[in-house]
Design a protein. Structure first.
Length: 274
């Protein structure tokens, strides 16, 4: 059973090798050449990947489907977003999913988009009364913002988080679940969250005054995709690229997104076209 681990050597999931798909030893000289094993980094953030009551999520489903279609042996570990990209740079990990595209990440990986995402601001506590946007938040020096280390928040939220970091007003968690717990405990007044994560945040406040959600950048869209390390052999990257393309073309990707985000989520998150 997949389990969380601080070390990449203790796998969160170990998928069957290519022989399970009919490419056994007898077909080694006839079938496609060996691909892998490669290690993929998953991170805790509902509904991309969760461990309770058992491992599930969009990224896990996608990884299994990518393996099935590509014939590549893929293993997975659960790490923070920050450690995933550090290990991608060092060659410890070879791929990750649901990754916001940034120029820095493209220096170490080719990223193939299949989703579009955005972020919102969640507020809680009497100190945020009257706050209607980023400027109002900035004007109150006592307010602090919560984010997750290693997340790429895009132009608006990314620049804002950096500004507050320099002012000592940014609190950072190692993963989103930890950020929600810290937010509930009152460690900060605001939390950056994707719309898909808002229900998780609100559920943490059941029985108390619910948090408010603001939308400071309603038209901002971030491209999100499959990141393949530039250290991967080109032939293996090609097989994984083709697997993702076939998932988009035959509707499998849309079905998986719908399974985890619902009809509305699939309609607004699925990236159409190239």
């Amino acid at each position: 059973m997949p389990r969380r681990s601080p070390s990449w050597r203790r796998f969160a999931a170990f998928f069957a090798c290519s022989g399970a798909f009919g490419w056994g030893a007898a077909g080694a000289t006839e079938g496609p050449p060996r691909c892998g094993p490669h290690v993929a980094g998953l991170y805790l953030s509902a509904p991309f990947y969760e461990e309770e009551p058992e491992p599930h999520g969009l990224d896990l489903d996608m990884l299994q489907e990518l393996q099935r279609r590509s014939g590549c042996e893929l293993r997975s570990v659960v790490e923070s977003r920050l450690r995933i990209w550090d290990q991608m740079r060092r060659g410890v990990l070879q791929l990750t999913l649901s990754s916001v595209i940034t120029p820095e990440r493209r220096e170490v990986a080719e990223i193939h988009p299949y989703l579009q995402a955005r972020f919102q601001l969640v507020l809680h506590g009497t100190a945020t009364t009257g706050v209607q946007g980023i400027a109002h938040f900035d004007a109150r020096p006592g307010l602090k913002l919560l984010g997750v280390r290693g997340y790429a928040y895009g132009p608006t939220f990314g620049a804002w988080a950096q500004r507050l970091r320099e002012q000592g007003r940014l609190v950072e968690a190692s993963d989103f679940q930890g950020a929600v717990r810290m937010f509930r405990a009152g460690r900060a007044d605001g939390l950056i969250a994707a719309p898909s994560a808002i229900p998780e945040v609100k559920a943490a406040f059941q029985g108390t005054r619910p948090p408010r959600v603001l939308d400071p950048a309603p038209n901002e869209r971030l491209l999100v995709g499959m990141a393949l390390s530039l250290n991967l052999p080109e032939a293996d990257r090609q097989r994984l690229r083709q697997a993702l393309a076939s998932m988009r073309q035959d509707g499998t990707l849309q079905s998986l997104i719908k399974r985890h985000f619902g009809d509305y989520g699939a309609s607004v998150m699925l990236l159409r076209g190239d």
